[in-house]
Design a protein around this ligand. Structure first.
Ligand SMILES: NC(=O)C1=CN([C@@H]2O[C@H](COP(=O)(O)OP(=O)(O)OC[C@H]3O[C@@H](n4cnc5c(N)ncnc54)[C@H](OP(=O)(O)O)[C@@H]3O)[C@@H](O)[C@H]2O)C=CC1
Ligand SMILES: O=C(O)[C@@H]1CCC=N1
Length: 295
């Protein structure tokens, strides 16, 4: 990938949790912090960005112009308004990335472009917060009009903060959202539960946290490096009539696998609902409203 620290300049529109994770992961890896600009409407949230050496504005301004990449990182419900407020600064050369859950590429392309010419240089991404420590996992899907260079650039940006997987379309991105986008929260919940369970059994908070973290880390590393399936690795831990079997019987009774599948289906369904809510007629209305915003 030819992109260098000297040529890449990025704007984040929305400076919340996901932008913070991505920007911190990118700075120093793919571009200097000074090449990152953040548009964040809450001035009270500006100091951490400035402290990292990034520039920040509370309203759209010329700092957006001429950036090679824009990353929309507002909540899905805020995206249409954020696009309408910023698109006057969009250059034909700008690659647009969106990390918003649910909002379909076609919908966003119509908001960014004109009714006759939806924006084409668009890659939808579904990253996750471990990007903050360079251990993210991102699903990406490009509009057919995105160029090979656009795809390479998106790949290089998200690839600099972790694993990337290209998927076919918005439906697949809803599945990615349910797995790796929301997934860190499932893992943190399990981690919290392990720590609480250990403390209930008499370990102190520090011991519980250390052992729980090392267990999750060790088990995932083993699974990643092993040629055997997670099911086989699980069986290796489970001595007949032993302690693990006693614990797994409780998980089975609580229908843990079904519950996880059910939870993921709910996440994917919520992504589809957000897509439906802002697609179709809402997308058409936005097209009319936002056309006037182009320079
Ligand atoms: N958090 C995560 O783990 C992941 C999030 N995502 C996606 O990333 C997006 C952002 O999520 P997250 O970072 O958690 O959300 P946050 O609410 O933390 O961040 C969004 C920020 O953008 C601000 N904002 C709202 N409107 C505008 C605007 N027009 N211009 C500039 N800033 C604006 C918000 O202000 P205010 O709070 O006042 O509204 C807020 O500070 C979502 O679409 C989500 O689906 C994707 C993958 C993982
Ligand atoms: O909860 C959400 O909607 C966002 C998308 C994936 C993770 N967080």
């Amino acid at each position: 990938m030819a992109t260098t620290q000297h040529t890449l300049s990025i704007a984040f529109i929305g400076g919340g949790n996901m932008a913070a994770a991505l920007a911190a992961g990118l700075a120093g890896r793919l571009c200097p912090a000074s090449a990152i600009h953040v548009l964040e409407i809450n001035e009270s949230a500006h100091d951490p960005w400035l402290a990292k050496g990034m520039t920040v504005s509370a309203r759209p301004d010329d700092a957006l112009a001429g950036r090679k990449v824009w990353v929309y990182a507002v909540k899905p419900q805020q995206l249409q308004e954020a696009v309408a407020a910023t698109r006057a600064w969009l250059d034909d050369d700008t690659l647009v990335l969106s990390v918003a859950a649910g909002i379909r590429s076609d919908t966003l392309a119509a908001w960014l472009g004109t009714p006759d010419a939806p924006w084409q240089r668009l890659v939808r991404c579904m990253p996750n917060t471990p990007a903050l420590v360079g251990a993210g996992a991102t699903g990406l899907a490009a509009l057919p009009g995105a160029t090979a260079q656009d795809r390479d650039l998106a790949q290089s940006i998200l690839g600099s903060v972790g694993l990337t997987v290209w998927v076919a379309d918005d439906a697949a991105l809803d599945a990615v959202t349910a797995l790796s986008g929301s997934g860190p929260a499932y893992v943190f919940l399990f981690l919290e539960s392990l720590i609480q369970g250990a403390q209930a059994l008499g370990l102190d908070a520090r011991q519980a946290r250390q052992l729980a973290l090392a267990t999750l880390d060790g088990a995932t590393q083993l699974a990643a490096e092993s040629t055997e399936s997670p099911a086989v690795l699980r069986e290796r831990v489970t001595s007949k009539g032993g302690t693990t079997a006693a614990a797994l019987a409780v998980f089975a009774q609580a229908q843990l696998p079904q519950t996880v599948a059910h939870a993921m289906a709910a996440a994917a369904q919520r992504g589809r609902e957000l897509g439906d809510e802002f697609g179709g007629a809402a997308g058409s209305a936005a097209k009319e409203g936002s056309q006037a915003g182009r320079k």
